[in-house]
Ligand binder design. Sequence first.
Ligand code: ATP
Length: 776
Amino acid sequence: MAPLNGAVVPPKKKRIGVMTSGGDSQGMNGVVRSVVRMAIHMGCEAYAVYEGYDGLVQGGDLIKQMHWDDVRGFLSRGGTLIGTKRCMEFYERPGRVKAAKNMIERGMDALIICGGDGSLTGADKFRSEWPGLLEELVKTGELKQEQIEPYQHLNICGLVGSIDNDMSGTDATIGCYSSLERICEMVDAVFDTAASHKRGFVIEVMGRHCGWLALMASIATGADYVFIPEKPPGVGWEEEMCDIVTSHRSWGKRRTIIIISEGAQDTELKKITADQVVNVLTEKLNLDTRKTVLGHIQRGGLPSYFDRWLSTLQGVEAVNAILDATPETKTPVITIRENKIERSDLQECVALTKSVAEAIKQKDFAKAMKLRDVEFKEYFDSYKLTTSTDNTALRLPEGKRMRIAIIHVGAPAGGMNPATRAAVAYCRSRGHTPIAIHNGFPGLQRHHDDKPLGSVRECQWIDVDPWVNEGGSELGTNRGLPSEDMDKTAYCFELYKFDALFLIGGFEAFTAASEIRKSRDKYPSFKIPLVVLPATVSNNVPGTEYSLGSDTCLNTLIGFCDAIRQSASASRRRVFVVETQGGKSGYLATMAGLSIGALAVYIPEEGINIHMLARDIEFLRESFQHDRGASRAGKIILRNELASDTYTTQAVADMIKEEARGRFESRAAVPGHYQQGGKPSPMDRIRALRMAIKCMQFLEETFAGKSQDEINSDPRNAVVIGVQGSEVVFNPMGGDDGLEATQTDWKLRRPKNEFWRPLKGTVDVLSGRPTDLDCC
Ligand code: ATP
């Protein structure tokens, strides 16, 4: 098998230890699995250090060599299966001397640690002291000079495992999105009761020093007010909160949700408790208000898709970082920026994290927000903008206000509704007029002058507020395109005086924008700016690595796979061939494969052939032979719906069954539209808000007050907002360098260069699937 990312297989067998430390978080097991398997794949030996630093200090049975099959089934388990513990001994030098001795006796000189900032600080200290610790061991006669000789340099790599998302330098820590998911499930559950009784709920969430969970939960559930430690409310917060709640109620809202971080305080650093908030609402507004403290529920449950994906890829990157390291390399921590996994300087990230706490202590909250990271501040500002009620100061002058039409195009995807809600709220606060187009382009085209169908309506805040956690498309969406009736489409643009069009959808939305863009010469009403926000489970829109709805879909898909795999554990040895959506793009199948540990993934980009199937059936035979105990649960092969015309999902399942000759069973499973999911995932909800507001700001900053000619000559007059690597960008669609000409495979309805293709190799490496496809 080819090594990943071009790293070279080292000549001597390096022994790499992996440890989980600090508070447990979902995804830590994914780290252990990927480190163990990647290490073995790269010709190294892998060791698990049980019970955090305590295992390193005590040694003995707490350090165990791990083999390929030892981590089977790890990906879908919550908590940490190798344990974690706070270890006082490791804070002191004698404890670290013992740890160094244990490592050398095991022949280990590399350690990958997944934990919070405390654990990573300890790791860095251990590395910097290493030569001194070895010297001490020789001096005291515990080890001989020749024993320490081969271990002069300790290689350390950190991974951030924490539910709080409190580490600076990374957008997400391993575990934070699973935890957010748990919180949102609970808050969503409270919604109906709150609305039924017109009640208020004050919900306390974790985060002593970091408000990420509270803020993101507030965005994702449309809470009315939030308390976080980094941005405390000023003196008189009671009045501000009551004003907002009163306004929201006067607009027709039946429920009040307030989210409070456990570390909430005021600007004088005086603690604000959930009870206090309940009392204010009860006494000042006479609102029947209850308190709910979520507590340890937030740590529990299964890891979400994103945490499985992140832990797997960061584990792989950590092994590569260890193998690339030289004595001069600074200790790395693996981070993520937007969609890009990177190596950062561990000391710098820890120092930055500590400086946030220091800034809060100094009551310098502006600095604390700035240091936390750009994205966090952006989210906070966007949240405030969409919940605040007094926006008169934010209103633009008349000449800069726009009539912005919003349309959903294509199949429904999680996040379409929250994105629309955010866009409407933004428009309202800035003085723009948000106009909803119902039922896509066919809705518009059904217009008759003598009998208007009402498919074009101006939106109020309260119309869209309940959409915050709704799946599907409340506006109504379908695959119809402008070209089905271009004249009528252009007529309606003119009739309703649209100044801009905001399209939310998948490849059809991209196609619709392209059609309008290309018809501008014939129809002057099309000379308005167009922005496409990708929203499709297939994630196949050119210009972005992320589409709204894909996270919801992947969460649903892995839940489905977990459940059917489990169903096989009590009965017989069984392989499930699961058919995924995705059209001609293998994104969904590959990402799901990565996060459930699929045995094989079949995608349209590679097709399926007889050699592949024969080899995979042989691989299945071997795999079942090695299964023991709990690892007997079913195995999964993922097949994209269009991977092959001949080898259908049922045909693949039948062939496997036939060839297994009774040694194992095979079934086809087609989750179909179930994959589109119910409620949007928290990630899709919060990204919907951020992306939609960025789109509105883009329209406003680039085109507000501009003439038709100015708009027409600007290459940004039709763009796709996208995540590309570590950035959010607006890519022009037209022109020689535009997305349509350079990055679109129109026939296969997908981007020409699919960013995720190299990850297919990682799925194979981590499942152990042979990849010598030369014969095929
Ligand atoms: P969480 O975010 O869940 O609190 P954490 O990694 O910050 O995770 P800590 O309890 O601070 O959790 O640290 C875990 C362990 O790391 C400690 O019990 C200790 O063994 C080690 N450790 C932490 N800080 C240091 C340090 N400054 N020096 C040496 N070891 C440390």
